[in-house]
Ligand binder design. Structure first.
Ligand code: ADP
Ligand code: MG
Length: 635
């Protein structure tokens, strides 16, 4: 509990004790005004801030909120008590005090619950690094703020410590716990040359790491920022709540006023006792009941818990609005490379080259030198030797086709058949199943490299699970050749595929589906974030895969899957369905209890006691229900 919460608890307890004493000593109190003064003590101890806020609200012309409702209702109850006393009747101020006490107890409960789910938000508090062990020139190690470490510094991470900044291991082997980032608890083996991410925990060996990012650029900071912003993006349901409140509260106040005035006037006109205080009391009860706390609180809290639960599983959702859209997804469109497949290619063959393999590879690796395309990364890895980027000039990368430029003074082009056609180079087809990288050197064909990718272990299960979760159609779009696409599509069981697409053709394909889908259905696109930013942005919801460390993806997508696992798409959909289910349960439950109590209050069956108990009770149940959205590990 925070300090302010502890203070609130103390206020509630002391006010409750005083009230209890007053209740016992009630008949020894000589006069009604002394009794009133005595009861005002616990009333003000618990409720002074409510009165203050209501007063501020009136001054700032934002009258209608729950503080106003509580203030009017409790002051009204006190007024009824005074009038009873003046008429020699039974004076009762307990009700006002009790209403305030219960209301504040409910508020306290809610603030503790919100605090809990905030903490739970993916144990994300855990990934924020506290310090870094910076190694100086003379090999001495000092503890510094991670903010002060520059890129390219050497830091030492001991077993049990959190890795504070992204970097590359220069010395040491160890295992890492990446669960705070990926939700997977299986430790990862790391060794010299391995790229590590901040926020993971070093388990066994001492590591010397050369940093590749500063504090703000590191994964941990970026994720924290993303999650912190997520809570501020409102869903439609939340927008509905604030609109609802804008109309609801004034309407309720007018109804209460009508309830206080109309029946007495009507009764007086028909010559009966107007029972004016009875009706004021009923109007006050009506106000207490109408307080929309449960709805107002539990809905944002449900989304908050849903976002937290998802990030605990390595699924970062950038806002409640996206969490809501996810539950409506009926079409899932996949990119192939890096999404359904690993995106790490093995070189499997080399054909029709007039050059020595070594020579051809040198050109291939250099021309791809600056590219971050999965193909480029794989070719560079296969080359194994040093790449001299000074030799490479005039690079032009053509999305969906390939790359061209000069290497060591020779014009080099590497890419698919479409690129060769564009350059009017007579290329030779290949009968191998695999991605074919045709090469051209100084304007003539220099053979092709066959590389092949492996399908991710989870891809097939992901497609099956999506079907079971009620997805209408799964579609794969790829810039790769028909043969490769067919092979992947058949293996994983995807419904439809389109091959040899350029990035803008992918956009057209997605637009086509967007046009034909029914209203209320959503389309999700899952890609690795490399050259599919346009598609990610036109889809109803963009999901980026394998995003650990890839900035482009983290920025373009609405949902980021921290590990490459396509099965997490289904999980994200299930989480969103659970969360929205809870939101709807809470809405229906709290609104219907409200309506019943309002009617009972208006006709005088429910008194203020029942009203406040119902209200606080509904709120506590709704908040507890909302917190269920956090528990999604086993969905
Ligand atoms: P995908 O849709 O599978 O993600 P891309 O649209 O990124 O594929 O690329 C489509 C095709 O264009 C690749 O299969 C490859 O043949 C060619 N290509 C794209 N970029 C490069 C590159 N940097 N080097 C060689 N070939 C490339
Ligand atoms: Mg791609």
């Amino acid at each position: 509990m925070k300090k302010s919460q502890k203070k609130m608890l103390l206020r509630i307890i002391s006010a409750a004790v005083i009230t209890l004493i007053l209740l016992i000593t009630d008949r020894f109190i000589p006069a009604w005004y002394i009794k009133l003064l005595l009861y005002m003590i616990p009333y003000l101890i618990t409720g002074y801030d409510v009165l203050k806020k209501a007063f501020h609200g009136i001054r700032n012309k934002q009258v209608f909120d729950e503080n106003f409702l509580m203030t009017v209702a409790t002051l009204g109850a006190i007024a009824v008590g005074i009038s009873n006393a003046l008429n020699g009747g039974d004076d009762d101020y307990l009700e006002a005090v009790a209403v305030m006490l219960l209301y504040q107890t409910g508020e306290l409960f809610q603030s503790v619950a919100v605090g809990k789910s905030r903490k739970n938000i993916s144990s994300l508090m855990d990934i924020r690094p506290d310090y870094a062990n910076l190694e100086g020139e003379d090999k001495t190690v000092t503890k510094v703020d991670p903010d002060e470490v520059e890129i390219g510094s050497i830091i030492v991470v001991n077993p049990g410590e959190k890795i504070p900044l992204d970097g590359i291991i220069r010395e040491g082997t160890s295992t890492l716990n990446t669960s705070a980032l990926t939700g997977e608890s299986i430790p990862v083996d790391v060794f010299e040359g391995y790229e590590v991410l901040s926020g993971t925990i070093n388990l066994s060996g001492v590591l010397r790491i050369e940093t590749t990012a500063d504090f703000d650029g590191s994964t941990a900071s970026k994720i924290l920022e993303l999650v912190e912003n997520a809570a501020s993006r409102k869903s439609k349901s939340e927008g509905f709540i604030s609109k609802f409140a804008r109309y609801y509260t004034p309407i309720v106040c007018i109804c209460a006023l009508a309830l206080a005035l109309l029946p007495p006037v009507f009764l007086a006109l028909s010559g009966k006792d107007p029972m004016i205080f009875t009706w004021i009391y009923r109007a006050c009860t009506f106000l207490v009941i109408s307080c929309p706390c449960a709805v107002v609180i539990s809905i944002p809290l449900s989304f908050f818990a849903g976002l937290g639960g998802a990030s605990g599983c390595g699924i970062l959702i950038k806002g409640s609005n996206f969490l809501e859209t996810l539950s409506k997804v009926k079409y899932v469109v996949f990119d192939k490379t890096g999404t359904l497949t690993h995106g790490t290619f093995e070189v499997t063959a080399l054909h029709h080259s007039p050059l020595a393999a070594e020579e051809l590879f040198k050109y291939a690796a250099h021309i791809e030198g600056h590219s971050s395309h999965p193909i480029a990364l794989s070719i560079k890895k296969a080359y194994k030797k040093e790449i001299d980027l000074n030799l490479v000039k005039d690079i032009k990368e053509i999305s969906g086709k390939g790359i061209m430029g000069t290497v060591d003074g020779h014009a080099v082009a590497a890419g698919n058949a479409a690129l060769m056609q564009e350059l009017k180079i007579d290329y030779k087809d290949c009968h191998h199943t695999g991605t074919i990288i045709h090469m051209a050197l100084d304007g003539s064909y220099a053979g092709h490299i066959v590389i092949s990718d492996t399908i991710k272990a989870g891809s097939k299960d992901a497609i099956t699970a999506l079907k079971r979760a009620g997805i209408k159609k799964t579609i794969m779009l790829t810039g790769d050749s028909e043969k490769v696409a067919e092979n992947v599509a058949k293996t994983v069981g995807i419904d439809e595929y389109h091959a040899a697409l350029l990035p803008d053709e992918k956009v057209q394909n997605v637009e086509q589906i967007l046009k034909t889908k029914a209203p209320g259905e959503a389309l999700a696109f899952a890609g690795d974030g490399i050259n599919d930013a346009p598609v990610l942005s036109i889809s109803d919801i963009g999901i980026a895969m394998g995003a650990l460390g890839s900035d482009a993806a983290i920025e373009a997508a609405d949902v980021v899957l921290m590990d490459d696992d396509p099965k997490k798409i289904v999980k994200a959909i299930r989480i969103s369905k659970k969360c929205l289910g809870i939101v709807h349960q809470n809405l229906i439950f709290s609104i219907s209890v409200k309506v019943i109590c309002l009617i009972l209050g208006a006709v005088g069956i429910a008194n203020m006691w029942i009203a406040i108990l119902a209200d606080v009770g509904v709120m506590i149940l709704a908040v507890l229900n909302a917190i269920r959205a956090l528990f999604v590990k086993n969905l």
